[in-house]
Each structure stands twice: as structure tokens, then as C-alpha cells.
Design a protein around this ligand. Structure first.
Ligand code: SF4
Length: 348
């Protein structure tokens, strides 16, 4: 990808834009009001799986206060997502949040947006202007061309930003359709240098959402467009992070972590490749360095794929053969294959 050299903003330790790598975001899916120790562990787990930024809905004062407490325990930059009440954005900025997302379509009067921008400028906090076809400003609701409506919404916001000399901004133009999203982002990128947060909004359940998002993002990446992504799925934040990683890998943008080649299973298989893969799934996705793994179910394609991977396992009946760097290094019984495979993996 010959990435467009957009403006760079700093969300805490993470740089978004310019020639910096494309970052992966997800969103916390529960109410902050019930936040507990197990949630803190879950956030640290998201970070370990490659999440760069985590966004929280902040619908009230209590949520803003709880988010300020979480911020003290988490290294990953955190983003406050504010709708309707600009005072919550001001509160989060004061509390040291790393980035704010607002949707100007529902923040209300221009002076409120100005107050948020002014506080953000004083505290060097970037703002994402998140334009979404589901919540466009009232005066744009009758426009049938949703890409055009998003572009008009962004023009209005840029006018306010530029009058204030505020450049520390990221934009997103999201629709639930790939076509509108691609067209809006393409035209935006031709007109402006602000970094773009890409995604399909309300993309759907895991498979459907991943397909829609991949198609849109791969077109935009081919044109050098995109600085940070979120895959918005009706699924867990963890799967959103893994989906983001897989899209960047499939588009040839990132080689971070594991590349899994695995047998889909057919009537020939006698080894439970799906069960084996599930049993080592977490360990595989926690690896940071580029590595290719093959998990195969029979002798048709198994030895070839396993030999081509950094580590491969091919099962047949109650036995499995483990390959490392193209050579067979172990033959194990089915009930020992996970233990042996992880020992070899951890020794890399
Ligand atoms: Fe079938 Fe073997 Fe291919 Fe798996 S690897 S799908 S078992 S032919």
C-alpha cells in the first residue's frame, strides 16, 4: 500500500496518520456503570491481542468518572465516545482521556462544538469527527445520496475546525453499505489531509460484517486511503480486533503475528483439526512476531502445507506429525499433540 501522507495526530502513545502504520481499534460493549476487575483483565487481554485503541461510550457523568479511573490502570490509549452532551466531552478531556469522538450531528449548537475543540486544543487531545449515515444532521437527512450527505456533513465540520485553526482531528465517514463508504472516503481523501478512521458502521454479525468491511477497506487501501480501522461487528471486541488484524494481513499491509493455514475438514479427515485449532487459538493470536502455522487434517495437502509453514501439524487418525521449518520433528499421539505443539511453538 502506498499510503497517503495525511496529517498525524497523537492519541496518547499511538500515532494516527502520516506514514505511521494503520492502527486497530475496537469498542467496549458494556455499560461503564457495571465495570469491575474482570473487565480490567479483559481490556488488558484486548491489548495483548493487538488492539491499539479502545473506545468507550460515555452517556453520563458517572461513566465519565469511571472512565477516568480506568485510564489510570491501562497503558493503551482510551477514547471517549460522546453524543448529545458536549459537557461530557469537556469532563473527559479534563480527566486526561487520550482522544474524543464526537458526532457533530447530535452535539447541537456550533458553540458547543467550539467549546469541545477549544478544550481539546488546550490539552492536545485529538478529536475524531465521526460522521455516520444513521445520525446525520437534520438538514441533510433528505439527501438520497448518502456519500454526498456525509461529505456535506464533513464540510460543515471542517469549516468550524478551520475557523478555529484546529488541525488535531481524525475523520470518519461511515455508512452500513460498502459502496457509500468507499465513495465518501475516496472523495474526502482527495479534498483533505485529515487522517481517516475507516469502517462500515453496524456491519452485521461476524461473517457478514467481516466480508462487507474487508471489501470496502481493501478498495480504499489500494488507493492509499486509511489510517486507523474498526471492524464494527455484532460480536465481541476481541473478534473485532482479530478481524482487523486479518484484514490488514489479507490486504498485505501487516505481517504482525500469526498467519493460520488450516484444514476446513472433509469426509477424508480423521483428525479433529477444528477442535485442535480452538484449543490453541489464544496462544496463536498472542504471538506478536510474524509466523505461519498450518493445522491440517490428512495426508493429501497436510504434509505440503505443514512443511511450508514455520510450524505445522498434520493429524491422521490417532497420530499427528509436527513439522518445524519444513522438517518433521515429532510424531505424537492425538492426546499429546497440543502439549507437544505448544512446547515447540513456545521454543521459537
Ligand atoms: Fe480434507 Fe485433508 Fe483437505 Fe482437510 S486437508 S479438507 S481432511 S483433504
Amino acid at each position: 500500500m502506498n499510503k497517503k501522507d495525511t496529517l498525524t495526530v497523537n492519541a496518547g502513545k499511538v500515532k494516527i496518520g502520516g506514514k505511521n502504520r494503520i492502527t486497530i481499534q475496537t469498542m467496549w460493549k458494556k455499560s461503564l456503570e457495571n465495570f469491575d476487575e474482570s473487565d480490567l483483565k479483559e481490556i488488558k487481554r484486548l491489548e495483548a491481542f493487538g488492539c491499539d485503541l479502545l473506545r468507550f461510550s460515555v452517556p453520563n457523568q458517572l461513566s465519565a468518572e469511571i472512565l477516568a479511573g480506568i485510564k489510570k490502570d491501562i497503558k493503551m490509549p482510551l477514547v471517549a465516545d460522546i453524543h448529545f452532551d458536549h459537557k461530557l466531552a469537556l469532563e473527559c478531556i479534563q480527566n486526561g482521556i487520550d482522544k474524543i469522538r464526537i458526532n457533530p450531528g447530535n452535539i447541537g449548537a456550533e458553540w458547543k462544538v467550539r467549546e469541545v475543540l477549544s478544550a481539546a486544543a488546550d490539552n492536545n487531545v485529538p478529536i475524531r469527527i465521526g460522521i455516520n449515515t444513521g445520525s446525520l444532521p437534520k438538514e441533510l437527512l433528505d439527501i438520497n445520496d448518502k456519500a454526498e450527505a456525509m461529505l456535506l456533513a464533513s464540510e460543515n465540520e471542517i469549516e468550524i475546525l478551520e475557523k478555529m485553526g484546529f488541525k488535531n482531528a481524525v475523520f470518519s465517514l461511515k455508512s452500513s453499505g460498502s459502496e457509500d463508504t468507499v465513495r465518501a472516503n475516496r472523495i474526502f481523501s482527495q479534498r483533505y489531509d485529515y487522517p481517516l478512521h475507516l469502517g462500515i458502521t453496524e456491519a452485521g454479525p461476524l461473517t457478514a460484517g467481516l466480508v462487507k468491511t474487508s471489501i470496502a477497506l481493501s478498495k480504499l487501501f489500494d488507493e492509499g486511503i486509511g489510517d486507523t480501522i474498526r471492524v464494527s461487528l455484532s460480536d465481541s471486541p476481541l473478534n473485532e480486533v482479530i478481524a482487523g488484524r486479518e484484514i490488514l494481513r489479507a490486504c498485505g499491509i501487516s505481517d504482525y503475528g500469526v498467519n493460520i493455514v488450516s484444514c476446513p475438514k472433509c469426509g477424508r479427515s480423521t483428525f479433529d483439526t477444528h477442535g485442535f485449532l480452538s484449543s490453541v487459538y489464544e496462544e496463536l493470536y498472542l504471538i506478536k512476531k510474524p509466523i505461519k502455522i498450518a493445522v491440517m487434517g490428512c495426508v493429501v495437502n497436510g504434509p505440503g502445507e505443514s512443511a511450508d509453514a514455520d510450524i505445522g501439524i498434520t493429524g491422521s487418525g490417532t497420530k499427528a506429525v509436527i513439522f518445524k521449518d519444513g522438517k518433521i520433528i515429532a510424531k505424537v499421539d492425538e492426546n499429546k499433540c497440543k502439549e507437544e505443539f505448544l512446547k515447540i511453538l513456545n521454543g521459537l
